[in-house]
Ligand binder design. Structure first.
Ligand code: GUN
Length: 293
């Protein structure tokens, strides 16, 4: 039986801390932090995530702007929107929700964002700073996982961490942060991916597994060592006619079986997902503070 790493409660604590900061800012007569989100198209999951991000802003007293664009918008028109956001002095940070429609080059778009407003931490300047251990915007999902480990006082120093998935948003930055000098950090990291051979032998050696694959129930109990820390980044929508939404959210981890072996485990939903939003808000506070200086 494992301890549940409760991302929902932890994220609420972080949001509460930020809302106290915002209250102080407003009382001193200043404007609050302002986050904008750009959403292209009507992807159901993206609509849900962006909606949560905007609602969370409102809840803690930030200003927020949602910019919804048609899915046939040209790349140039999207870049024009980004330019406007880049030069708006009353906007501290913004995100462009991924994935983008196929006719748009994600790399071109992400590289057009002013690094000082790139609260997702996806711009090469910020990614480079993160990799060098410099202060910057850390991508919210791996940042949220590090914060969860920190708040639960889980010591991973010298431990073997295995990351599944090498995406630029989660797996790759996660592997860097886990090995970074610091607490939490100092782990010995193996970054695994679709070409990795004999994955189960590797995960079986892991003291901590971070799965960011997007394949429901992929990580089964036989792939996990007794007492391991299990972090599930998967949030796949699986069709379920019995559910009022018509789908359920399923993680990468075969939760019911793996929780019997793990020492600590994140649930889905209520684990990594809410932490991602809290850390985006934290990054926006950092952008705001820099903007005020
Ligand atoms: N799509 C999935 N996760 C993210 C994220 O953290 N930021 C953005 N912009 N898009 C995403």
């Amino acid at each position: 039986m494992s301890i549940i790493l409760d991302g929902k409660t932890t994220s609420n604590q972080i949001k509460e801390e930020l809302s106290v900061q915002v209250k102080g800012i407003k009382e001193s007569g200043k404007r609050p932090p302002h986050l904008a989100a750009v959403l292209v198209g009507n992807d159901g999951a993206s609509l849900t995530y962006v909606g949560s991000k905007v609602r969370s802003c409102e809840r803690i007293g930030y200003d927020s702007t949602l910019i919804k664009l048609e899915d046939n918008i040209s790349q140039d028109a999207l870049l024009e929107t980004i330019e406007k956001l880049n030069s708006d002095p009353l906007l501290d940070g913004f995100i462009v929700q991924l994935p983008l429609p196929k006719h748009i080059d994600e790399e071109v778009v992400l590289h057009a964002i002013n690094p000082n407003k790139d609260v997702d931490g996806f711009h090469p300047t910020n990614f480079g700073k993160m990799a060098l251990g410099m202060e910057t915007f850390i991508p919210a999902t791996p940042f949220g996982i590090m914060e969860l480990l920190k708040r639960y006082k889980l010591d991973i120093s010298g431990k073997h961490a295995v990351v599944i998935g090498r995406s630029h948003i989660v797996g790759r930055p996660m592997s860097i942060l886990l090995s970074e000098k610091g607490n939490p950090g100092n782990a010995t990291v193996t970054l695994t991916h679709s070409r990795t051979q004999n994955l189960a032998a590797i995960t079986n050696e892991a003291d901590i597994v971070v799965s960011a694959l997007g394949v429901p129930n992929f990580l089964t109990a036989d792939m996990v060592k007794d007492g391991a820390i299990i972090i599930d980044v998967g949030i796949t929508r699986v069709y379920d006619a019995n559910h009022h939404k018509g789908y359920v959210i399923v993680g990468d981890v075969h939760y019911d079986a793996v929780k019997e072996k793990a020492s600590h485990i994140t649930p889905v939903p209520g684990g990594v997902g809410p932490m991602t939003i809290a850390m985006l808000l934290q990054n926006t506070m950092l952008a705001y503070q820099r903007n005020q200086d």
